[in-house]
Structure formats: structure tokens, C-alpha cells
Ligand binder design. Structure first.
Ligand code: FAD
Length: 496
């Protein structure tokens, strides 16, 4: 980790960082990956690496003394509880108007996400990445990303019969009775493993509700896919529990400064490395915060005025519906979603039929909607407080709520049902305080050229979700991966 000089340094080990590391290494470049979170390879006292969603513990949250669960309440009871401060896996990063949930650890968001691996419909792509040629994406880079990530579809015959997708079949019934298109969505989960979970042959993982705080078995995270291949090249080293704090020009190269953390979050050492090229892949929030600070504090003054702009929440909004007693959603629910309700064209909403894996019958249907929300926020440097602020306002979720209502008001009217008011506290219907899908802040072809090269500095690149201007129309990681595949190929060809 202390090598004086490296040809390529990658900041962050999520989707963008993992793609960059693999493709650079395959091109013969030695790569040093610096990752803020832990490496998540050592079991805790219960013999498991990751904590269960229903029983958060010290492993679950990034440097919090109290959990901040996305669903904060259930049947009137608050769910959050005190935990020891620890470099846990899920960061609920609070800005003034929104909490942004992100994965922390080697593998980034792939450690905590639902594995839904969705390629946007082609006719929507022009609104997602207007400067990118759709032909090359749909012919080459989406297929490459889907293959690299191990994306597959659930076996429909098994899905129809298994207890653990009763909640999704109820979701389908309600969608279809209101004449909404119901679509199956691919996932990175190992379906053969899930079938064996269902038959009792292997330890339960998705069927034990494992998702938000890590998945102990069947999910193909980046650790099992891109990062395994990157390590196998012998050219990639990863330093976990290291936070990059500065990237400064140094005679044609860059001095990268980083802090080493212990598991309480305390800084135990400060180090610097000289890198010929630096790939920012700290995620939409991480990369935007770093570059906003470095521009404002005069470390990288030649970055252009687009840095920090064009940030969106992918229109995320959550809600639950209360079903009739004769319409149970099942006490066994697979934590890996398989389907959604597509009302994007008519109403601006794509609603994932999400699990509510509590282990008991809830008679609830739960949804994470991705909506067309026009609001875009900006990151700015707050010199007095020494931090980066984000201008998002909670009221900006209203277009998302309106879009989601185009689906659920209609379903409720048809079914004679109502919204749940017990999931987010204080009789709130809408989970409008959060996002799982931060996007933008260093937008492609604005803050960078059309392949992620930062304007103003040779050898600085952006590889992650910060390139996508605020909305992907579906869950974003396949698009982040495909865009990274496209950009790194151009960079390897032209710049190395
Ligand atoms: P990330 O994956 O966030 O990786 C960035 C990495 O950089 C992190 O590991 C971080 O710790 C590290 N880092 C940050 N700052 C620094 C620093 N200063 N120094 C060093 N390292 C740093 N998307 C889908 O497509 N389908 C889903 O089903 C889905 N479900 C989700 C569920 C949850 C609960 C969450 C939180 C997200 C979900 N997402 C889903 C979103 C998806 O995980 C993200 O869009 C994706 O991970 C973003 O990829 P990225 O490469 O931009 O950044």
C-alpha cells in the first residue's frame, strides 16, 4: 500500500472501480485500488460475515451509534436501536434534504443491493445518457456488462410455484387487474442456490432475508465476479479501510493522499502515493464530494464549472399497500426482487415489487418506485464547516410521489385497499426521505469528455455513477457497469 509510485490508482471498488481495475490490469497495467470500507472476508462471533436484515448489529451501519433502517417503523413500533460505532457495511449518509444509502466495503454497492440487474428500455436511453451512441451500448457494452456481472433470469416455472415469491405473484395479480404491464427483471443472484435454499439443502440466504447488510451466500457480488477476475491477473492490489482525501498534481503525475482507518473510524495513519493516472470511482456521492472539495480549495483549480452539478436521486420513493386478509403476501419472502410494474411511458414510474422479509405474515405489498423526477441538486463546498453540502430538498420528491400514485392510487381503487401508514413513522405513507440510487454530480460530456476524462487535467478519469445525470429510468448498476466498460475501453486504446 505504501509503494512510492503506481501507474494507475483507482479510488473505490464498486462497479466503476471494479471494471476499471480489471480492464487496466488485462491491458498490462499495475493497479492499486483504495477502498474506504472493509474487505468483508472474516466471520463475526456468530460465524457469519454479514448480519441479517431483521437483526442489525455492529456490522450493519457505517460509523453510527444507532441504526437508521430505511423502514423505520412497523405496526407502530420504531425499529431502530443502538449499535457500537463500527465501519459497517451500509452508510446512510445524511444531507440536509435526503439520506443517501450506499455500500461500504470492497465491492461497493454490490454488497448491499438487491441485485436487480436491469437494462433500460432502448427508447429511454437517449434521456439517460444523451451523448452516448445507443448502438454501441446495446450491441456491445450492455451485453458485456450483463455477462461480466453474471446476470440471469429466474426460472419462471419455479417462480410460479415457490412460497418465497408469493409476494411477487400478489404484486402481479394487482398490477394486471389494473391493466399495468408487469415485467420480470433479471438479477445477479445464483438461482440454483436459491432453489436449494427453498428445498432445505443449503443454508438460507436470500430466503433468510439477507440483503441490506450483506448476503452470506447466493448473491454474485463484485467480489465474486469482476474483482475476482481482477485479482487473478496478479496486477491488482486493494487497500481496504483507506479513505482518499486529496489528489494533487505533481510534475505530470498526481500525489494521492489517504487516511488509514481502524474499525472505529479513527485515523491511524496518513499516507501518500504518486500515481500516473487516477480513476475516481468513489460513487456518485464520494466522487462528487472529493472533486467539489479539490476544485474549491484550489488543489485542482482547472476542473470546470460542471463539477458537483446534475445530481439526482433516480426518482426513488417507497410505499406499502395494505392487502385484504384473504390476500396474504407470505411469511417467507426472498430478499431478491424479480419483478416490477412498468408505467414509465404513461405515468413516469417503474415500481419494483419489493420484499418485506420480516419472517411473519404482514398482509403488506411493498414497492420501491423509480420515477421521472426533474429536480437536480448541486454539491457545494462549505468552507466554514469544512464539508460538502448537497442542495436537495425533501419537497423535491413530490413529482416522484405523484408519479408513483399513477400506479398505486389506481391499484388501491381497483382492489379496495389503502396505503400502509406504519412503515416510515408518524402516519407517513411515502418513504420520501431517502435514495438508494444516487446518480450524477460529475456528468459525462459536461464535467468530463464523452469518455470520462476530466476536463482540465490529463490522467484524471471518472468511472462511476457520478457520470449519469440523475436518472437511469430503472435500477442503475447495469448502466454504470456498461458505461464503465465503454469508457475504459476507449481510455485503454487511446491513452495508455
Ligand atoms: P459504489 O458501488 O457506491 O462504489 C463506490 C465505492 O467507493 C464504495 O465502496 C465506497 O466505500 C468507496 N469510497 C467512497 N469514498 C471513498 C474515498 N474517499 N476513498 C476511497 N474509497 C471511497 N442498483 C441496482 O441496479 N439494482 C438494485 O437492486 C439495487 N439495490 C440497491 C439497494 C440498496 C440498499 C442500495 C444502497 C443500492 C442499491 N442499488 C441497486 C444501487 C447500486 O448499488 C449503486 O447504483 C451502485 O453501487 C453504484 O456504483 P458505483 O460504482 O457508482 O459506486
Amino acid at each position: 500500500a505504501d509503494a512510492a509510485r503506481v501507474p494507475a490508482l483507482v479510488i473505490g471498488s464498486g462497479y466503476g472501480g471494479s471494471v476499471a481495475a480489471l480492464r487496466l490490469a488485462e491491458a498490462g497495467v499495475d493497479v492499486h485500488v483504495v477502498e474506504l470500507g472493509m474487505s468483508w472476508d472474516t466471520p463475526g462471533p456468530d460465524g457469519k460475515i454479514f448480519a441479517n436484515t431483521t437483526k442489525p448489529d455492529y456490522r450493519s451501519f457505517w460509523l453510527r451509534t444507532r441504526t437508521k433502517q430505511p423502514l423505520s417503523n412497523f405496526l407502530g413500533f420504531p425499529l431502530d436501536k443502538d449499535v457500537p460505532r463500527y465501519t459497517g457495511i451500509l452508510d446512510a449518509e445524511d444531507f440536509a434534504g435526503i439520506s443517501v444509502y450506499q455500500g461500504r466495503g470492497v465491492g461497493g454497492g454490490s454488497l448491499v443491493n438487491g441485485g436487480m440487474a436491469v437494462t433500460p428500455r432502448r427508447q429511454h436511453f437517449g434521456a439517460v445518457l444523451p451523448s452516448v451512441n445507443p448502438d454501441e451500448m446495446y450491441d456491445v457494452y450492455y451485453p458485456r456488462a450483463n455477462a461480466g456481472l453474471g446476470v440471469t433470469n429466474v426460472d419462471p416455472a419455479w417462480w410460479e410455484g415457490t412460497d418465497c415469491y408469493q409476494y411477487a405473484r400478489v404484486g402481479r395479480k394487482h398490477a394486471q387487474r389494473s391493466a399495468f404491464p408487469f415485467v420480470f427483471v433479471p438479477n445477479v443472484y445464483d438461482w440454483e442456490y436459491m432453489k436449494q435454499e427453498a428445498s432445505g439443502a443449503v443454508p438460507h440466504s436470500a430466503l433468510a432475508g439477507e440483503v441490506l447488510y450483506g448476503n452470506n451466500h447466493g448473491k454474485k457480488t463484485l467480489v465474486k465476479t469482476y474483482l475476482a477476475r481482477a485479482k487473478a491477473t496478479g496486477r491488482v492490489t486493494i487497500s481496504p479501510l483507506h479513505r482518499v482525501t486529496s489528489v494533487a498534481p505533481a510534475g505530470g503525475a498526481y500525489t494521492v493522499t489517504m487516511e488509514q482507518l481502524d474499525t472505529t473510524g479513527a485515523v491511524t495513519a496518513t499516507k501518500s502515493v504518486t500515481a500516473d493516472r487516477v480513476f475516481f470511482a468513489a460513487g456518485s456521492v464520494g466522487t462528487s464530494k472529493l472533486l467539489t472539495k479539490l476544485k474549491a480549495t484550489g488543489v485542482l483549480p482547472n476542473l470546470n464549472g460542471e463539477i458537483g452539478k446534475g445530481w439526482g436521486d433516480n426518482g426513488n420513493v417507497m410505499c406499502g399497500r395494505a392487502n385484504h386478509l384473504w390476500d396474504p403476501t407470505g411469511k417467507l419472502q426472498s430478499a431478491m426482487p424479480t419483478a416490477g410494474i412498468d408505467n414509465w411511458d404513461a405515468g413516469g414510474a417503474f415500481a419494483e415489487v419489493a420484499p418485506l422479509p420480516t419472517g411473519i405474515e404482514t398482509w403488506a405489498s411493498f414497492y420501491l418506485s423509480i420515477t421521472r423526477n426533474p429536480h437536480r441538486a448541486e454539491f457545494t463546498w462549505n468552507a466554514g464547516a469544512g464539508r460538502v453540502d448537497l442542495s436537495w430538498q425533501t419537497a423535491w420528491k413530490q413529482p416522484s410521489i405523484d408519479a408513483a400514485k399513477t400506479i398505486f392510487d389506481k391499484i388501491n381503487a381497483k382492489e379496495g385497499t389503502i396505503y400502509r401508514t406504519d412503515l416510515f413513522g408518524a402516519y407517513k405513507i411515502w418513504g420520501d426521505h431517502l435514495t438508494y440510487h444516487p446518480l450524477g454530480g460529475v456528468v459525462l460530456n459536461k464535467a468530463t469528455d464523452n469518455h470520462g476524462r476530466l476536463h482540465g487535467y490529463r490522467g484524471l478519469y471518472v468511472m462511476d455513477g457520478s457520470l449519469i445525470p440523475g436518472n437511469a429510468s430503472v435500477n442503475p448498476f447495469v448502466t454504470i457497469t456498461a458505461l464503465a466498460e465503454r469508457n475504459i475501453e476507449a481510455i485503454v486504446t487511446a491513452d495508455l
